[in-house]
Design a protein around this ligand. Sequence first.
Ligand SMILES: C=C(OP(=O)(O)O)C(=O)O
Ligand SMILES: [Mg+2]
Length: 573
Amino acid sequence: MTKTLKGIAASDGIAIAKAYLLVQPDLSFSKSVIDDVTKETDRLQSAIDKSHDELQQIRDSAAKSLGEEEAQVFDAHMMILADPEFTGAVKTKIADEKVNAEAALDEVSTTFIGMFEAMTDNPYMQERAADIRDVTKRMMAHLLGVELPNPALIHEEVIIVAHDLTPSDTAQLNKKYVKAFVTDIGGRTAHSAIMARTLEIPAIVGAESVTTDITAGQEVIVDGNNGDIVIEPSAEEVTEYQEAAKAYATQKAEWQKLKNSATETANGVHFELAANIGTPKDLQGVLDNGAEAVGLYRTEFLYMDSAELPSEDDQFEAYKAVLEGMNGKPVVVRTMDIGGDKHLPYLPLPEEMNPFLGYRAIRISLDRQDIFRTQLRALLRASAFGRLRIMFPMIATLQEFRQAKGVLEEEKAKLVADGVKVGDIEVGIMIEIPAAAVLADQFAKEVDFFSIGTNDLIQYTMAADRGNEHVSYLYQPYNPSILRLVKHVIDSAHAEGKWAGMCGEAAGDPIMVPMLVGLGLDEFSMSATSILKVRSLMKNLNTEDMKQLAEKAINVSLTNDDNIKLVKENVKY
Ligand SMILES: C=C(OP(=O)(O)O)C(=O)O
Ligand SMILES: [Mg+2]
């Protein structure tokens, strides 16, 4: 029987395929006393062997789809399996204490993990704790006879069904087989949703009960355009959605014709349409969609894709590749924004009650200047290869900006003294904390540009976690309170002869774009896959009319919904 669920539409497109449940199985067990040590040791050995075979397969598959370097993490896991200090200690415990293999494994791994995690001055060893945790989980699953999901081994078209996907889970999805994903939790601006748009796979998040309502192997339709999930569809429904998918593909082909056109409104005013990227690999999508710039390079993915802190040279290569790839067009590189929902296995951060309000982004960079200076040096060296704009994330105070810029100037002076060529670099900030938005007139005297990060600016202004589906109704980009902040930021930049862009998801939102055109935003940076849709929309807009529309949206409308209505009544889509 067909069942339909509704979630938050997070990435456009329609997919029909079988469900693959990416759900962690229950690995609980009870401790017991055993009398046959040989039998128990054999059970353990069999779990070790099976884990090894599985890891070998995952490793081979990861090397093919993700590259040799990414696959190396699995070599580390196989080494742990082969390490007599670890597995030998489990066997000894079974023999000496006559406990079952599950209990022995759990106790030994807990000791090892604790030991490695305590090495706070040695990030390399701390990272081993995460490896041991992973290997233990795999061995435990084999001991208990339950199956662990292995997304790297998917070799048929599927729709991933998960409680949640971390940005690193999402990065591992192979677009060739993963046709869409749906999750129980999450919001439209969670990083996994943003990555789905970059990967161009349909996604629905915050659907609350997908992991309980969908069973593995069931046929599922995901309509990422409106948030509908159809489980076990009828033949008619399949036909209906196949037609909708075809219509969407036709629409995309129409937009594609605008790839090499200028972005101009009906009355001939130009706006810059830029793309958000996470890695140099995203550049192809940027070029295919005719972006005029990169408006946000989220460099934290460079750190997340690596097994250790990326070296200055590795970073230099990545930044240079993006600058050269854009062939003289501007590239805004944002310094590392780790923290919140983005973690580094090798840089353990303190447990926090409110990670989004905690130790994150520029706060870490100013505290860990060793990491920050390495990144800045790589950027300064790369600046000779294109048109670089450096941007600091999560700036709350002028002092933070001055301090960050001071560190940049120091590193620049050192490189120049060493004879290294450094280009002209604009230095700007993200406006994503209300304090900075309110004080934009002061910031505008010191920065070269602003880029408004609505994903965070809205969550902090409305006090509503961007990843929590229970408060997702408070993600209100069109609320007059948000529009007033945005207007103040744009006007403040212009008063000082600076430019203001937006790189939060709202910049590519068809309801928001007409109001932003009216407010005079200079640069719109979005998922590359939204660019042509927005270019097409702008052709229908007249800036003078949009000024009046924005004026009403800010001064007459009272709610987010008032503004949705206002735009729909006045804009031709
Ligand atoms: C663009 C933004 O940054 P991120 O989504 O990476 O937090 C934002 O906050 O709007
Ligand atoms: Mg942000």
